[in-house]
Design a protein around this ligand. Structure first.
Ligand code: PLP
Length: 506
């Protein structure tokens, strides 16, 4: 008995998926913390115990098993105490559309595998290009910002090599060795990774100086471009970030565009985080100048509240996508009149992620999405304001989007202790399941990080997590030597977290 989705099994499919959705809705409605707090060893044993070579147990049993094994211990991005990474709670219309995406299973490489799917993706690419301010833009949906950045730099590399006279063979390899990409220390690590994948020299990514919020300094960029050219290097792209992952700060796009235009260098704007500003009713001005970029990365799965994956690379001039195109007789021969997206993509078989965004825009309106992102940014401003008042919290800089960087440093706590508390606090909270915060290092100094992306979270709920951080920090500081704290021994009871409770704030 197979369980392949066909005419014969359509009714079973409806029943099984219906059951899964009911069970999941029950969990989502009753989640009380971002994570169950299960120990990793226990989860490892539970996963290892499942026999993968035995006979099947049937769909119903398999899904019930998954509910116990995974869903019960999932990390819930919609929980108000989930404040760690750039993960958003997801829009209901997008999740519903996701059901269509996998059941129909269209593949967006060619028209004959997707029909209006290709046309819908094209409309959304055009729509996004329009929001950026590209009159004749084009692009393609990708698996994420990492892939979008890789593709942008690949296109920039090809443009630079074309400008260098399209050398071939060994001469191309030699010309490639001269290429450099300019970014900052706050650019996403996919820039470095892309340079490696693209076969650039190991010193190809040059970091440009930035201001006190980590934003690229246009004068420093100009000086670097001049110095690099004088040294015989060939700048192939400048990567500006519209919303740095750690700090949520936006490089000065207009001024950087000015420099790039003057020096004829490809400007790529990595707006993986800040792309929600494209639909913000109040803050679109923060990314003015983005229309002067030659390529832009947008991650709808960050600030458009889309389920993973949903991302795109958008270029100002569709002709820039040409180097990606290869033609296969069986797929997209040159003499084919049908539209296809595979010519523009690094992938071949590709998910119809665009449908989720389409559903969301139609259901909520672009303004509705932007207003939700605005609420998140307002919340970040409120949290900054509240923490600035607290004498036991050191805020680290400020944000233009929705991150909050800070350290807990009560009176009498040394710098070294405050440094040490960061990682310990994050870990105790994560392992307890009560709150999920991130940690990072800014200018050599460890700090905790909130990344706010839930428009329904309130200031009180965030401040309740700050209270958990205080309670955890105090309990850790009470331990004799921070360096030998046995975290396993610090149970929730031991640090009094039971008494702090998030419930009051819910
Ligand atoms: C998240 C992020 C990326 C990577 O995007 P993925 O979707 O995780 O691949 C790239 N750049 C910035 C600025 C990001 O915040």
């Amino acid at each position: 008995m197979t369980e392949i989705l066909t005419q014969r099994t359509a009714a079973d499919y409806a029943e099984q998926v219906g059951d899964v959705v009911q069970r999941l809705a029950g969990r989502i409605a009753t989640v009380e913390r971002p994570f169950s707090g299960a120990a990793r060893d226990d989860l490892q044993r539970a996963v290892d115990r499942v026999p993968l070579d035995g006979s099947g147990i049937g769909t119903r049993a398999a899904l019930a098993e998954i509910d116990e094994l995974f869903v019960r211990h999932a990390v819930w991005f919609h929980d108000p105490a989930y404040l760690a990474h750039l993960n958003c709670p997801v829009a209901v219309p997008a999740v519903a559309a996701e059901a269509i995406v996998s059941a129909v299973n269209a593949s967006l490489d060619t028209y004959d595998q997707s029909t209006s799917g290709t046309l819908i993706e094209r409309r959304l690419v055009e729509w996004t290009a329009g929001r950026i301010g590209f009159a004749a833009g084009d692009g393609v949906f990708t698996s994420g910002g990492t892939q979008s950045n890789l593709q942008a730099l690949l296109l920039a590399r090809e443009a630079a090599l074309t400008a260098a006279g399209s050398p071939r063979g060994r001469a191309r390899v030699e010309a490639q060795a001269d290429l450099v990409v300019l970014a900052t220390g706050y650019s996403h690590f996919s820039v470095q990774k892309s340079a490696l994948l693209l076969g650039l020299a190991d010193d190809a990514v040059v970091l440009v100086g930035s201001d006190d919020l980590g934003r690229m300094d246009p004068a420093a960029l100009e000086a670097s471009l001049i110095a690099l050219r004088a040294a015989g290097r060939r700048p192939m792209a400048v990567v500006a970030t519209a919303g740095t992952t750690d700090r949520g700060c936006i490089d000065p796009l207009g001024d950087l565009a000015e420099v790039c235009e003057r020096h004829d260098v490809w400007l790529h704007v990595d707006a993986a985080y800040g792309c929600g500003l494209l639909v913000s009713p109040t803050r679109r001005g923060l990314i003015d100048g983005i229309e002067r970029a030659r390529s832009v990365t947008v991650d709808y799965h960050k600030s458009f509240f889309q389920p993973v994956s949903s991302s795109a690379l958008i270029v100002r001039d569709g002709a820039d996508l040409a180097p990606i195109a290869w033609h296969a007789d069986y797929l997209n021969p040159l003499a084919n009149a049908e539209p296809n997206q595979v010519d523009k993509s690094l992938q071949t078989t590709r998910r119809f992620d665009a449908l989720k965004l389409w559903a969301t825009i139609r259901a909520l309106g672009a303004d509705g999405i932007g207003a939700a992102f605005d609420r998140v940014l307002d919340l970040a401003a409120e949290v900054h304001g509240a923490l600035a008042e607290a004498s036991d919290i050191e805020l680290v800089g400020t944000t233009q989007l929705s991150t909050v960087l800070f350290r807990y440093a009560p009176a009498g706590c040394s710098e070294a202790e405050a440094d040490r508390l960061v990682a310990l606090t994050r870990r105790v909270l994560f392992e307890s399941g009560r709150a999920h915060v991130a940690k990072t290092v800014i200018e050599g100094r460890p700090c905790l990080k909130f990344t706010l992306l839930n428009p329904e979270t309130t200031l009180e709920q965030v401040l309740a997590v700050v209270d958990l951080i205080r309670a955890t920090g105090d309990a850790l500081l009470d331990a004799e030597h921070l360096d030998d704290v046995d975290l396993g021994a610090i149970g929730l009871g031991a640090i009094g977290l039971g008494a702090v409770g998030l419930e009051a704030a819910r």
